[in-house]
Design a protein around this ligand. Sequence first.
Ligand SMILES: Cc1ncc(COP(=O)(O)O)c(C=O)c1O
Length: 400
Amino acid sequence: MNPKLHPSIQPDSNGLFGEFGGKIDHPALQKALQEIEDGFHAMIKDEEFLREFKLLRETYIGRPSPIYHARNLSKNGANIYFKREDLNHTGAHKINHCIGEVLLAKRLGKKKVIAETGAGQHGVALATAAALLGMPCDIHMGEVDIAKEAPNVSRMKVLGANVVPVSFGAKTLKEAVDSAFADYLKDPEGTMYAIGSVVGPAPFPEIVAFFQSIVGHEAREQFQSAYGHLPNEVVACVGGGSNAIGIFNAFLDDKEVKLTGVEPAGDGLDKPGRHAASLTLGKKGEIHGFRCYYLQNEDGSPATVYSIASGLDYPGVGPQHCYLYDKGRVNYDTADDKECLDAFITLSRQEGIIPALESSHAAAYAIRQATNKDKNYHILVNLSGRGDKDIDFVMSKLGL
Ligand SMILES: Cc1ncc(COP(=O)(O)O)c(C=O)c1O
């Protein structure tokens, strides 16, 4: 099985998904991004690359990740299942695209990969892929996230990555993207931006979605063969949107399967600056070189955003999600910080699985939805990562 994008979420020649996405309007970057796009399209047709990538998926990442039926959580209504991306090497789905990105950078003869990170999961995954494939790596990270996600900062450093602290603005994910992009602009010929989600200008949303699509292809086949039918609903948390598009992609033709993305409602949707529900409350416009729905101030500048989960506090969202939202194929709902923490503890204590705070948003929605349904309803959740990185923060937050 190889990754493959559904035709409806392949960009057109201008990098657009409907009216969303697009190519960058910047002379120095245009050339470099076109080189990445051409290199990517050639690479994914290359049998030798596909063999190497499959080998690394199976023997290094540990794919396929299993689907687990959470029977304790399924006692009071619908059945809940988890696609266990938390069991991947490095503990999250991010490694699925990082290996692909570093293989691409090597193929293009780049001297370094540069990226942003929020929760540190993309940073750790990229540092890991860079160590494996012998590529220097700079990771930009907001100082607020550095303090919150200390174990991941140590992991990146041990893996040999250079962690660049970002000290301006809210010092979280958006500023980390700003800082990494500014650094990339200094040498777009010699370096490659290895983005952490399905965001940014073309070809990044396509590249990341392609590599993440393996999650949905595996999940659809595994579910069908284990249970003899498809799930009624597939659920994933949405930050930039990579784990969600990765699992939704394989189910887009299955009209009977409801697809639900869960955005972070933080302290409440009625509190501007205290949530990151980009699709739910955002407006259309351009951010970081691509058109999407994003949370805006009155003058159109990106609003301050917040979530208890560092990997979800981004003001925008990937163009594929904006397109699927407008088409009505995917529903977007929210879970707030309290529901997220409740789900974190519930999964830990009832299933013995400590989920990432990001993934806990998807779990919180699934737990809520399960109580409205009966046992004939089957909810598959993409458990995008494990929560070891969040343990100290949750302990202090809950006074445990
Ligand atoms: C475990 C985990 N899940 C989800 C996300 C959100 O990213 P995305 O929406 O691109 O999947 C992150 C981001 O850091 C993460 O670490």
